[in-house]
Write a protein that binds this ligand. Structure first.
Ligand SMILES: Nc1ncnc2c1ncn2[C@@H]1O[C@H](COP(=O)(O)OP(=O)(O)OP(=O)(O)O)[C@@H](O)[C@H]1O
Length: 261
């Protein structure tokens, strides 16, 4: 079996006396869409920040592409960072830059690519997410919520990452926009051979996209596997979250969409 793309081993995260993760283990494998779920404050965002090298483990280690994220100098971390893309919850586009310039920025920052190539690559990434060249001239404030998400996704894909982190990708979108964004992620995951790590509270998104689910509770991963495997674990959070009425309804919907697309 291929080595995991990310390996989190015996991770402790601590803020003062507050222990968020205690001996947390998790692996992310090439090609999967791994979703992190858990109650509010269970440390999902902090875990992703650990994977991105933005937080420092109190104990334990985080390896990405087989390399300890905390070892090496800033240039080393910068090189690793170029191999992943991150879609932040609010989109986090630079408001003073057009959609096009937001997508071009990560390529310009490399300082190695000619502007003509950057232009073509940025327009291509925008095309992939359904943004036309005319729309690309707009400023973020003039874009709809759905378009901001799409442009942010294009920016996350600017450097052709192997790994994509998504923080609440469908939060704030209406159901139709959320559905089409889920479809877009599914298509790009396949066509770009991405590995995806996603945080989501949205059950429709969770069930539509995840190939594996990891559940955070009690300071570590209490269950991980397919939806069925996770649902079989007896834990109060799992009982409430996965076996609650909202979850079962979302599941029914996803299954009926799969049967009658
Ligand atoms: N920089 C920080 N300093 C102090 N405490 C922090 C810091 N970052 C996170 N925490 C605490 O760590 C805990 C986990 O936070 P985190 O944001 O990772 O949870 P989460 O599972 O993503 O929550 P939510 O689902 O509500 O977004 C929380 O109690 C939070 O207050």
């Amino acid at each position: 079996m291929q080595a995991p793309l990310i390996r989190v081993r015996k991770l402790w995260t601590q803020f003062g006396n507050h222990v968020v993760h205690q001996d947390l283990n998790l692996e992310v494998h090439t090609g999967e869409i791994l979703s992190l779920v858990g109650g509010s404050g269970t440390g999902k965002t902090t875990l992703v920040r650990q994977m991105l090298g933005l937080n420092r483990p109190a104990r334990g280690s985080v390896e990405v592409y087989g390399e300890n994220i905390q070892s090496g100098d800033a240039a080393h971390l910068q090189r690793l960072r170029q191999r992943w893309g991150m879609l932040f919850q609010q989109g986090a586009l630079f408001s003073a830059l057009s959609a096009f310039d937001n997508v071009a920025l990560p390529m310009r920052e490399l300082r190695t690519l000619p502007e003509t190539l950057i232009r073509d690559a940025a327009l291509f990434k925008l095309h992939l997410v359904g943004i036309t060249p005319a729309e690309a001239t707009k400023m973020p404030a003039d874009l709809s919520g759905g378009m901001v998400k799409r442009v942010s996704l294009a920016r996350a894909l600017a450097l052709e990452p192997e790994l994509l982190f998504l923080d609440e990708p469908t939060a704030g979108l209406d159901p139709a926009m959320a559905d089409s964004f889920v479809e877009l992620i599914r298509t790009l995951h396949q066509s770009m051979r991405l590995t995806v790590v996603m945080i989501t509270h949205d059950l429709d998104t969770l069930y539509a996209l995840s190939t594996r689910i990891a559940v955070l509770a009690d300071k570590h991963v209490i269950a991980d596997g397919t939806r069925e495997q996770v649902m079989a674990v007896k834990h109060p959070f799992i009982q409430e979250y996965f076996w609650g009425e909202r979850s079962l309804r979302a599941l029914e919907q996803v299954q009926s969409k799969a049967t009658h697309p």
